[in-house]
Design a protein around this ligand. Structure first.
Ligand code: VAH
Length: 315
């Protein structure tokens, strides 16, 4: 059985739904620190778990006979800069708890997300390689870089089957993102419909690696289902689909909504975005477990606007 920690988050919400469709609702236990997503809480087995509490995770695994954990709880890049010690505490201790349960044999397989935030201003920005300089400038990025090292260590030293992806910015319509630097790429679609205009906190030519949620979920489950012997990267795989700028998204939306307006007011998140790559080389993921993305920017824009029109017309 599967336990998802952080199931109410942006990725956790959709991962829970997809895993339940794939493996059966009662085989996927969702958990989070609170019940902020009631649809999810009422859609199948749900437990309140603080990801920093080892015994709470351990007891849940015993009660439900869990053998796989997806650890999706974290404080993201922008929030982590406001609360650095909380970000270190949650992001690192939750990982140690899950890795130690796996080391002890309770858990057979672990998924833990990393991020393009492991890269920094000294990393080659174009087509960033799988193995390269990583000097992250955010607390979140530091936790992901160090977390990758611990995942590889637990695999090599204790045989823990932990797998990981360096997610780019992820765009979705079901749950809002939780305090990231790439959140503009979600907010812009909501504001296009609600307000007909958007004030962007990044500058218009800031190119960042991005991905539609359906592609991110597919990559996550494909990686977890791949035979262990195919997995050659036990830190975290580079993963890429698109790269675009706020201006690209604006133009893509304007093709559907000609009166849509944008203005740019970069804030503290601009410096974070400037420290990240603009495109990623994900050949290892494509070679090892046949990764390939499906959604390009215009296909993503079509889905986002259609689904959000439906969501807001009922309000
Ligand atoms: C963030 N959305 O902005 C997250 C992600 C690629 C960035 O890790 O912090």
């Amino acid at each position: 059985k599967i336990l998802i920690i952080g199931a109410c988050g942006q990725i956790g919400t959709e991962l829970t739904t997809k895993l339940r469709e794939t493996y059966g609702t009662n085989n996927v236990i969702a958990s989070d620190i609170n019940t902020r997503n009631l649809d999810l809480v009422n859609s199948g087995p749900f437990e309140i778990i603080d990801a920093k509490n080892f015994n709470a995770i351990k007891d849940c695994c015993k009660n439900y006979n869990i053998d796989t954990i997806y650890l999706m709880a974290a404080l993201l890049s922008a929030t982590g800069e406001k609360y650095p010690m909380e970000a270190w505490d949650l992001n690192m201790n939750s990982l140690f708890h899950v890795l130690n349960l796996a080391k002890g044999g309770t858990i057979k397989r672990v998924y833990w997300p990393s991020s393009i935030a492991v890269f920094g201003p000294t990393t080659p920005r174009e087509n960033t390689p799988q193995h390269t300089i990583c000097e992250p400038t955010t607390v979140y990025g530091i936790t992901k870089q160090v977390g990758e090292r611990w995942c590889e260590y637990y695999h090599n030293k204790y045989g823990v089957d932990v797998r990981s992806l360096r997610y780019p910015g992820i765009i979705s319509y079901k749950a809002m993102p939780g305090g990231g630097t790439t959140d503009y790429a979600v907010e812009i679609y909501h504001d296009a419909i609600i307000k007909g205009k958007y004030e962007c906190f990044l500058s218009e030519n800031t190119s960042l690696p991005m991905m539609f949620m359906d592609d991110a979920i597919k990559a996550t489950i494909d990686l977890m289902e791949a035979p262990s012997e195919n997995i050659s990267i036990r830190s975290s795989y580079n993963l890429s689909a698109l790269s675009f700028t706020p201006n690209d998204v604006f133009e893509s939306i304007k093709a559907h909504m000609p009166s849509f307006k944008i203005n740019y007011k970069p804030d503290f998140r601009q410096a974070i975005a400037d420290s990240w790559p603009s495109s990623i080389d994900d050949r290892k993921a494509r070679e090892d477990w046949n990764w390939k993305h499906s959604y390009d920017l215009d296909a993503m824009t079509e889905v986002m606007l259609k689904e959000l029109h439906n969501k807001y017309k009922n309000i």
